[in-house]
Structures are given as C-alpha cells and as structure tokens.
Ligand binder design. Structure first.
Ligand SMILES: [Zn+2]
Length: 53
C-alpha cells in the first residue's frame, strides 16, 4: 500500500480547484481560477493524501 501526498490549489473566492498558475514577470507567480476568473497571489494549498492499494 502506497500513500501519495500531493498538493492541490484551491481558489480562495469560490473554492474551486480549477486553478492555473500564471508566471509573473517581477512579482513571481499569480494564480487564476477558471471558474470565477479570480486572479491573485493568494491561493489555498491543501495536502491531499491519496492511498493506492
Ligand atoms: Zn474561483
């Protein structure tokens, strides 16, 4: 049995996980939610444990 931990990104506005990363120029990374069009540097990262049996 293998436990895989991976991070998912969640939109702070609508809670969707359909979030893409936009490469910024001087400011680093920004994130865009494809559900509600939120764009910003604030994102919720969650650890998800997936167990493969
Ligand atoms: Zn959103």
């Amino acid at each position: 049995m293998i436990t895989i931990t991976r991070k998912i990104k969640r939109c702070p506005k609508c809670g969707s996980t359909d979030v893409i990363t936009i490469a910024g120029m001087m400011t680093g990374y920004k994130y865009q939610c494809r559900d509600c069009d939120y764009i910003g540097v604030l994102i919720i990262e969650e650890d998800v444990e997936k167990i493969d049996e």
